[in-house]
Design a protein around this ligand. Sequence first.
Ligand code: NAD
Length: 453
Amino acid sequence: MVKICCIGAGYVGGPTMAVIAVKCPAIEVVVVDISKPRIDAWNSDKLPIYEPGLDEVVKACRGKNLFFSTDVEKHVAEADIIFVSVNTPTKTRGLGAGKAADLTYWESAARMIADVSKSDKIVVEKSTVPVKTAEAIEKILTHNSKGINYQILSNPEFLAEGTAIEDLFKPDRVLIGGRETPEGRKAVQALKEVYAHWVPEENIITTNLWSAELSKLAANAFLAQRISSVNAMSALCEATGANVSEVSYAIGKDSRIGPKFLNASVGFGGSCFQKDILNLVYICECNGLPEVANYWKQVIKINDYQKSRFVNRVVSSMFNTVSGKKVAILGFAFKKDTGDTRETPAIDVCKGLLGDKAHVSIYDPEVTEDQIQRDLAMNKFDWDHPMHLQPASPSAIKQELDYQKIFDNMQKPAFIFDGRNVVDAEKLRGIGFIVYSIGKPLDAWLKDMPAIA
Ligand code: NAD
């Protein structure tokens, strides 16, 4: 029986290992973490993260071939394949602060593997890491190797939060990078066999180590770039009377462009896009490529611009001040179907409004009040330093909003600012609201109160 151990029971480690366990009943999978509350939650009825379909998958195999434990060393020592899925946040101090990936957690995991291993291991990079990390990890593992053979593989994870289980069941591709030696190829084959239980062979791509590591950063940079590109267009649409939804539909019909990831919004969030692009920027700078670094930096700049543009629009429409005005924020996580608030644009929007002394009330069915308070008190890049503890999500019952009733109870003029272009703006205008939708033709009121970007 192959034994797998995954270090890190977070948004990636938990769901990924649960799917491996459910698809490979003959493999024993143990997910370990240094955070006891996290492991306790994985062993309870209230899992530490919310993902549609996750409960069912965990229930189907927990206690059979899927286990969650804090006994990190024991399970690492026993495993044949070790996935490392610890957090790799942006460094907040020292060399490369604000850009480089902080590999402290990764390094301590690698040192621990080196300390406790008594047999040959395949060590899989599941975390998103800078290109060439495998080289450093190899040095740590073999430094005091006691004759043990380690093979390092890069197997970046492409799941998206909110659709993690669906993505893991039917991945567009699985990417495995390894050393181009006979031992390296053998290790790649061993990991390939795990995925081959449910992923068609043609969707399992094998490459060299550096291509696999870089592909993850490149994929996130390209995805975020599409959002920043359409968001840049949304500002131009508002200025000209074009409608960004029509523009993105029209360009997305071009098969060379495609329709996905072209929705204008208040900006991207989540724990990966910003962190990974900053890391890419840093790697480019370190490789003497300032032009390439600046090119990717612009993706982040447009994202910051979009968030402040949104806040400015709110403030300017309401007579240039929101001081003392009541503002309800619906939704706080970085997108729907997740309770994850890391780098959510809602933090910047709320901070902007609070800065102008608005009275802000925030509601999200998947996020606790405590978490919101903590997020709003944090400094930039502090969100993953030290390890955050996601509370069990409240999963409040989702209700339809009665906009007529809401309108009746509001001060007039009553405003709705839609940061995701999800409300039926025409219907709400019919009730009497002044509605702002990103990148869409502006109500007469908003045209008269131009936002200063
Ligand atoms: P996370 O913070 O949710 O989980 C990381 C876990 O690792 C934490 O529970 C922490 O306690 C644990 N940990 C840290 N050091 C440890 C150690 N030495 N021993 C044992 N446990 C340790 O992070 P995440 O969102 O799951 O992301 C993990 C990695 O995967 C990151 O590199 C991230 O960039 C990447 N990734 C994330 C996503 C995503 O959607 N969240 C998608 C793809 C890739």
